[in-house]
Design a protein. Sequence first.
Length: 306
Amino acid sequence: MGRRMILAVATMGATAVGAGASAVGLLRHQASALRRSFDDDENRRHSTFAEAIAAPRDRDDGDSAALAVIGDSWLCGVDVGPEHAPPTLIGRGLARMLGTTVRVQTTARPSALSEDLHRQVDEVLRSPWLSRQLSDRWSEDRRFAIISIGTGDIIHPIQATIGIPVLNQAINRLQREGRYTVFVLVCPNLGGLPGLRDPLKTSLRRTSRVLAGSQWLAALAARAVPLRSTGSLSGTTRRSLLNESGRFPSELGYAQLSSTLLAAIAERIEAPVVVDRSLDIPEKGETARRKELAPDQDPHPSAAVS
């Protein structure tokens, strides 16, 4: 090999090493900035309450159900009023669906990690508010727990073998000790959050997808119901469904996640829920509604044609 060739190869190698070091340095800088923002979220306003949400007066069966909300900022309602937070929205939907009062308690906190699940589950299982039983009808079809965790584990990296067993244990304890039907909102695709750039964007997308898949399988193995939070935040621009920081849902995003969870609960307990889709298109829906309410309408108009 000639001297010029040796110099060319050496130069290319040095350039590649320099580019790699630069990329690593940029990734560390981006991750550090995101981690600081994530840690600051811990002090943001969020919903922490235990309350009873009454059923419609004409449908109240005098009994009650329980709803426990566990995990991180994707369920606790950061920077929105309690009336717009998932615990309230889901509780209202359950009260209407079941025709009973729903006792709601949330232990979800912003910036929560998988290692916080044990404490949150302890709080739920020891809660006298959720353990009150008015009749023998209190079983798995009236006790619901929803878990959302994983974002913090991606931003504050831990070994993947730690987070999944903790989630599995939390599900098993809720089922065994609390008789809860458990729903798991798996880790969202963090690479889709607005404002991120490569190489952090690609790194977060890959790791969050791996964690979400692992959580999905863990939930199925433990007989819980897994749900994709990323799939729930669709139907409009992603930016409107996330808070201005891009790290957790907006008021609209929380509403959309809540509706997804309610639909999953309704399917799991086979609730007799009927949705009128005739009004999805206002013009056609209003016309259909006027015809439906018109007096003396012939149900078989074709039969009157001679």
